[in-house]
Design a binder for this molecule. Structure first.
Ligand code: GDP
Length: 525
């Protein structure tokens, strides 16, 4: 009898957050290399090739690939690591946000030359909703980067998290010699040009050693002083604030040079949390419970439009999935037998025999499963905390051929159920407004409407600054608000009342004028 608790406690499920070009793809490759999931780096996925003229074309090319590289599982030091990919293209979507609700920790990759960038800030704000523990990796030490102390300050100030350096770089750029571990008093020496394979470890024990003096040469005394300063001025690592999302261990290295990644991964599997307990409507579900449960955080349409099947990505939250088991789809109250759940290995979909808490499995369906749906072994519960985020970009969508409005509605409904876009129907007009968190989502929606639903749609600008989901305990007040603000109110794809604010000032004014009305920037499924 396999030991469920042991299997679960070995799981480490995480995602990488970073700004485009910081090195997420490169570090992913090195992690897989270390996990021996691939043999040579450079094989994970193609970057944008010379033939891809736009990001959404790249995304179309990647769509098939990304289903299979969405979840990467590899063993490391007796643990089973699940790395959840977030879309790699320049733009980003709500998928990225929601994937972060399915992990137990995250790795933040920062380009050492650029520091904390805008996308990273946004993603950190999402992880903060659940106080997700964060590892930090300052990348590209083989280049001339910014002063490491300054970078540490920036992480703390901009991201509002304490930074605890675990290792400290010796030099940078052409003079990068390695990293010094502040805790084990060991120097890992850097050898350039070994990025595509597992480098041999070249280690010097002790900063106070002849070997260290030789390596550092005339910089030795300065480096010793710098380490004194760093120890005195920075936070030291402690597990508890890390697990509470308040303190992040910081590692320096170069993903391209495959250096510093191993040290980071060694500590990651030690410190990152095993699958965490999850809140549901009726109770908190413990990750180690015997009984199976999970929720859907992402839906991906199949590349093959003839079948229109979709894969729902389910994060297992407790117990064990075994092939052929019966699950309850709690939203519709139906029991279904699942014999063909898939997992994603080495660029292929394979049938999954079993999976435990922390793992991700893919469920085939033809539109019956929605983002946020909960599956159990019979218990009637619904996981909470799988959010919709208020879109930041809005367009009015119009048909070239007005006869196709049925197809448009059907297409939009399905795309919104998949989470590809959000749809708003104003209560006082016949418009349809679509919202997104990244520009690329619009391109994908129009492409897919054309390709899969044979509808040619055009976008027009619309003066909407942001959306807020509206709730109020007082039915009379809500009714009054509905009448007074009718011109700005819409119903979203899930049937919820939404205020579409034309400007930031307008939103502030409305919030002030209607103190009993709640204007929410996120809505849970
Ligand atoms: P992503 O957009 O975050 O996935 O970034 P990539 O992994 O594709 O990296 C962006 C660019 O930075 C690529 O040209 C990489 O080769 C390069 N890069 C990644 N890591 C390093 C590094 O440690 N040093 C240097 N010099 N370049 C790197």
């Amino acid at each position: 009898m396999p030991d469920l608790k042991k299997d679960i406690s070995a799981r480490r499920t995480f995602a990488i957050i970073s700004h485009p070009d910081a090195g997420k793809t490169t570090i992913t490759e090195k992690l897989l290399l270390l996990g021996q999931a691939i043999q040579v780096a450079g094989t994970v996925k193609g970057k944008k090739g010379p033939h891809a003229t736009s990001d959404w074309m790249t995304m179309e090319q990647e769509r098939g690939i990304s289903v299979t590289s969405s979840v990467m599982q590899f063993p490391y030091h007796g643990r089973t690591v699940n790395l959840l990919d977030t879309p790699g293209h320049e733009d980003f979507s709500e998928d990225t946000y929601r994937t972060l609700t399915a992990v137990d920790s995250a790795l933040m990759v920062i380009d050492g030359a650029k520091g904390v960038e805008e996308r990273t800030i946004k993603l950190m704000n999402v992880t903060r909703l659940r106080d997700t523990p964060i590892f930090s990796f300052v990348n590209k030490m083989d280049r001339d980067i910014r002063d490491p102390i300054e970078l540490l300050d920036e992480i703390e100030e901009v991201l509002d998290i304490e930074g605890a350096p675990i290792n400290w770089p010796i030099g940078m750029g052409a003079l990068f010699k390695g990293v010094y571990n502040l805790y084990s008093d060991v120097i890992h020496q850097y050898t350039p040009g070994k990025g595509s394979m597992l480098p041999d470890e070249r280690i010097i024990e002790g900063l106070d050693s002849p070997e260290a003096r030789e390596l550092l040469g005339e910089d030795y005394d300065d480096f010793v002083d710098e380490i004194e300063l760093v120890r005195g001025a920075s936070h030291s690592f402690e597990l508890e604030p890390f697990l509470a999302g308040k303190l992040s261990p910081v590692f320096f290295g170069t993903a391209l040079g495959n250096f510093g990644v191993r040290e980071m991964l060694d500590d990651f599997v030690k410190w990152a949390p095993a699958p965490l307990d999850r809140d549901a409507t009726t109770r908190t579900v413990q990750a180690t419970e015997e009984s199976f449960s999970g929720f859907v955080f992402k839906i991906q349409a199949n590349m093959d439009p003839r079948h229109r099947d979709r894969i729902a990505f389910l994060r297992v939250c407790s117990g064990r999935y075994t092939k052929g088991m019966k699950m309850r789809h709690t939203r519709i109250g139906k029991d279904i037998k699942i014999a063909d759940a898939v997992t994603f290995k080495a660029g292929d979909r394979v049938l999954v025999e079993e999976a435990v808490s922390g793992d991700i499995i893919g469920l085939h369906n033809h539109g019956t499963i929605q983002i946020g749906d909960t599956f159990t072994e019979g218990e009637d519960l619904q996981f909470t905390g799988i959010p919709h985020f208020a879109p930041e970009l809005f367009r009015r969508i119009r048909l070239r051929d007005p006869m196709k409005s049925k197809q448009l509605q059907k297409g939009l409904q399905q795309l919104s159920e998949e989470g590809s876009t959000q749809v708003f129907v104003p209560i006082s007009s016949t418009d349809i407004i679509v919202g997104a968190v990244g520009q690329l989502q619009f391109d994908v929606v129009s492409y897919r409407l054309q390709d899969e639903y044979k509808v040619e749609a055009i976008y027009e600008p619309v003066s909407v600054y942001t959306a807020r989901w509206v709730t109020c305990d007082d039915a009379r007040k809500l009714d009054e608000f509905r009448k007074k603000a009718a011109d700005q109110l819409s119903i979203d794809g899930g049937g919820h009342l939404t205020y579409l604010a034309p400007t930031r000032v307008n939103l502030a004014l409305m919030e002030e004028r209607w103190p009993d009305i709640e204007f929410r920037a996120t809505r849970e499924h």
